[in-house]
Ligand binder design. Structure first.
Ligand code: CMP
Length: 374
């Protein structure tokens, strides 16, 4: 089975971007009329190399691994990979001049869609918001048709070259509605100008609506994705193990995930506290003098400033790549007001810590209840 030249590791994406950049630059260079013969040869070699890399990449992905595996070539990525590899050799074989055939390397830009994850997200947002976006398109088309018909009637005789036919006035309506307005067709009658003004204002509204729908869709999609990622983490934190599902949902919406590098200062001594943190993965060190304390996955910190309203009592620094779940002060107070169990567990741990007892890890809610009952 052939191996992908891009590999599967961290270097895969930069390599793909590099190949694409080399290919597109070479294609651009090839179109320069007074390019030297050596420059032409270098560009041509670069183009053939890129094509060969894409061909090997395609065959490695299309190679059947198991019978149950869906056919790669019928997926969107497969079709894009085919478009990157096949058209150029076909054009060359059909006798298209190389200068023109290599312009098909412009299709390589489609590969960006398979590399950049944001584009997949755009596709999901458009699919989810298709009804709202569809109604904006209907408004757009309605204004377009009504305005072009009106302008054809009002201006057609006075300005036959600009509004003499419906296609001509449609062109005017598109440029006006999209607020491009080349000024090549300007209504002369009072009514025509009145309609033109209304079309321009409607254009702003239509594009505003379009932008608003996409922006809200993106925000909702981000929230959904964060919710799923946070849900996994929240259910791993022992402190939340005994919470009922509705509370876990409430909590997951409140928590913000932070992926931090080692040696990141999360909490600074003396500062006002605006959040507390749960360690989902990794480790932090509370820089207490003379004996610093390490807190591992499952523990929490930063609760004392929230409980007392006073300043942070120590610096807290990550010791390795760490994932935290941050709970803002307002959410902390809402949550503890609704869940006295959690409030008691956090307060009990804070009391132990302020007495300087470092030997107990942050206690899950249930254990704290047991300790109180004894
Ligand atoms: P806060 O004062 O908001 O910020 C520093 C945090 O360090 C503090 O909250 C506690 O969460 C944590 N901390 C303080 N003392 C101890 C201790 N003895 N053991 C573990 N963590 C502590």
């Amino acid at each position: 089975m052939p191996m992908s030249p891009f590999g599967h590791g961290r270097a895969s994406k930069p390599l793909q971007f590099l190949t694409l950049a080399v290919g597109l630059v070479a294609m651009t260079v090839m179109t320069i009329p007074d390019l030297s013969a050596s420059g032409h040869s270098v560009a041509l070699v670069a183009l053939w190399c890129c094509l060969a890399v894409y061909a090997v990449d395609l065959s490695s992905k299309a190679w059947p691994r198991s019978e149950s595996q869906p056919n790669y070539l019928s997926s969107v990525s497969g079709i894009i990979d085919l478009l990157a590899v096949l058209p150029i050799p076909i054009a060359l074989l059909l006798g298209v001049p190389p200068q023109t055939a290599w312009l098909l390397a412009g299709l390589w830009i489609l590969k960006l869609a398979t590399v950049v994850p944001g584009l997949g997200m755009l596709g999901r947002v458009i699919a989810l918001e298709k009804r709202a976006l569809g109604s904006v398109i209907v408004i757009f088309l309605t204004i377009l048709v009504l305005a072009s018909v009106a302008l054809h009637v009002l201006e057609g005789q006075a300005q036959p070259r600009q509004f003499g036919s419906l296609p001509l006035s449609l062109w005017w309506a598109v440029t006006t509605l999209s607020s491009t307005g080349y000024g090549d067709a300007v209504p002369q009658t009072f009514l025509g100008r009145l309609i033109a003004g209304m079309v321009m204002i409607s254009g702003l509204g239509v594009f505003g609506l379009w932008t608003g729908i996409l922006a809200t869709g993106f925000a909702a999609e981000h929230r959904r994705r964060d919710f799923i990622r946070n849900w996994d983490l929240v259910t791993q934190v022992p402190f939340f193990k005994n919470l009922d599902p509705p509370t876990v949902i409430e909590l997951t919406r409140m928590l913000r995930r932070l992926d931090l590098a080692p040696n990141t200062m999360v909490v600074r001594r003396g500062r006002k506290g605006d959040s507390m943190f749960f360690i989902a993965q990794g480790e932090v060190e509370v820089k207490l003098e003379p004996n610093p304390v390490k807190l591992a996955a499952g523990a929490f910190f930063g609760e004392m400033a929230l409980l007392t309203g006073g300043p942070r009592m120590a610096n807290v620094v990550t010791t390795q790549p760490t994932t935290l779940l941050a709970l803002e002060a307002a959410d902390f107070h809402t949550l503890t007001a609704h869940h006295p169990d959690l409030a008691r567990a956090v307060a009990a741990e804070a009391a132990l810590r302020s007495k300087g007892s470092n030997d107990k890890p942050a206690a899950p809610a249930k254990k704290t209840r047991e300790r109180k009952a004894q």
